[in-house]
Design a protein around this ligand. Sequence first.
Ligand SMILES: [Zn+2]
Length: 561
Amino acid sequence: MLANLLFPDAGLQLDSIETSEQRITATVASTQTELKCPSCNRVAQRVHGQYTRSLADLPVSGRRVHLRLRVRRFVCDNHVCERRTFTERLPDFAPKSARRTKRLANLQTEIGLALGGEAGARLVHQREIPTSPDTLLRLMRRQPAAQAATPRVLGVDGWAWRKGREYGTILVDLERQCVVDLLPDRRAETLSTWLKEHPGVEIISRDRGGAYAEGATQGAPSAIQVADRWHLLANMRETVERLLDRHHTCLPALRLPQPEAGQSEAASCSPEPETKTVSQASDAKPLLTKVEGIRLERRTRRFTRFTKVIALHQRGVSIRAISQQVGVDRRTIRRYIAADTFPEIAKRRPRPSILDPWKPYLRQRWDEGCHNGRRLWLEIKAQGYQGSRSLLSAWIANLRKTAVPSAQPTTVTGEGCCTLPAATPKAQRQLSAKQAAWLVVKQPAALTVEEQEALAKMRQANADLEQVYSLAQTFGRLVRERKYQELDRWIESAKATGIREQRSFAAGLLRDKAAVVAALSLPWSNGQVEGHIHRLKLIKRQMYGRASFDLLRRRVLDDTS
Ligand SMILES: [Zn+2]
């Protein structure tokens, strides 16, 4: 009776039970009366002997359960059988050589798959089923991965498996909106092999050109390839960015939307020799905050590298040799060479804050003369602000710093025309090429008045940019409104410009034209893939550094199915 309750359908009888405060020990035995020899399949009834197996089982009433399972050894009486004896097995309850019952292993595997090794081990420990993270990982590995059906419409995209070092590929069923598989790299052969093993994919949405295009062509030659629209727009923006990198001097300054994020950073600077800058930086220190000082030093180092690269390049040294000598990667060297002037590093966008919606109001109150933190806090709280008071205090502290004209803008004069950093008013910052490129490709309605002014200045200052602006806007419209009929005309006008970045972008579109036309005429796009990559990263983070690729793949697929 009790045995049936504790071990339903396991075919076990309960011989004895001992309980202590933390632990229940149950001695059980199988109720099987006759067993078949696994070799000859003949029924054996003669017991040769018995031994005890030790197993962990599911906890009962918050106590650990330990099973002592008595197992018999039978004699095979078939004289022609090569087997003399065999042990009785309970594969559905206690698999061969297992140290835990199958139902406990299942529970641990489920927890491991849901939470990952470390968090899973913590949870099972609290639930009186202690096990190590390694055991959970081992149990998970044993679990066969769920197999998703081959999708008709497949989204392919890359994801950083170890940031900056290893990349994998995520495959998403765009119709069912689920992950179908993960591939360990981004190579064309890996994708094509997968596609050959999973015939039936009709449409493949992927990034622009490159390995995925090649893999898709090899693995599923009859599938329609769709260039992802997001990537199309991103490539256009990168084209503009490259152009702006080259014409760095015409980038305007823009008033900061959030003064607290503002650090006086340097304006553009032409590549003049500058040997004094480091000492100048330290001379200037009293006028700079600590962070500004560090930034200035870093920028000085970057600038020195930049001048070295340019000097070596002008002497005809190869990019590879420059890379070895200066210790800068080849991509950066190419960027330096293409740029007319020293390219500033792109600044991070200020992170969104829960305080953002109240900033205009706070600003207004501040300007009206209310500098009392508590009062301001009560005011916005009454308006529905749910963030912490310390967040507001930090913001106000920054406002105090920037509002008080404590120091004159730092100006350190170098030789010739070069100033490092040039004085940029505190509330203004020089746009990086990347930020400026955003202004060029964004829809005009999405720009603030200040951004519109900055954009107008840029366009006035540079004829190339003026041309690229209208091309970029037309292209954006063409992609957003899916006007594939106008693609040819657009490519022609882009090629007709004398701007090399624009021409090479147009040439790229032409090479991948079928997929680009598909992107502008079919509804499929990789939009949802981002969400899946985000979830994948979450799972990876939960698993800490212990996740091997196959394990991560298993968890992601299990999570999906
Ligand atoms: Zn036998």
